[in-house]
Design a protein around this ligand. Sequence first.
Ligand code: HEC
Length: 117
Amino acid sequence: MKLTKSILVISSLIVFSTSGLLANEMDMVKQGEKIFMTKGLGNCLACHDIQGKEVNGPGSMGPKLQYLSSWPKEEIYNKIYDPYTTNPISAMPAFGKNGWLSHEEINALVAYLQTIK
Ligand code: HEC
């Protein structure tokens, strides 16, 4: 009797914590999207078309972002942190190395970019 009860408690705890995790992941994706779109934060949209949202203007120098769901997390992170390590003549600023975006902000961007098929 006591055992059944504790099994119940444990399994509801597991359900609770995994759904908490999912909610957390969703928040990160939302936060990442906001950073991507906002001038003064990432302002990535100034150079990158993404998921049907297009840049109209002289700033569209970066490639359209696509298929990022198949990139490893670290690769996306490193690209945002410092693009020059993989492309010495990149026109993209080093958002992490320059101190413009924090570790958490870059992680949120990575979560958002990984939703791009
Ligand atoms: C000043 C223009 C500019 C801005 C702003 C910019 N990028 Fe870029 N980005 C580029 C260029 C140019 C490239 C292609 C050269 C390279 O890979 O380094 C690129 C490449 C990338 C790639 C690799 C894409 C691929 O298919 O190879 C990712 C991912 C990326 N940028 C993400 C971002 C994110 C996230 C932000 C905002 C924090 C951002 N970029 C802001 C210009 C920009």
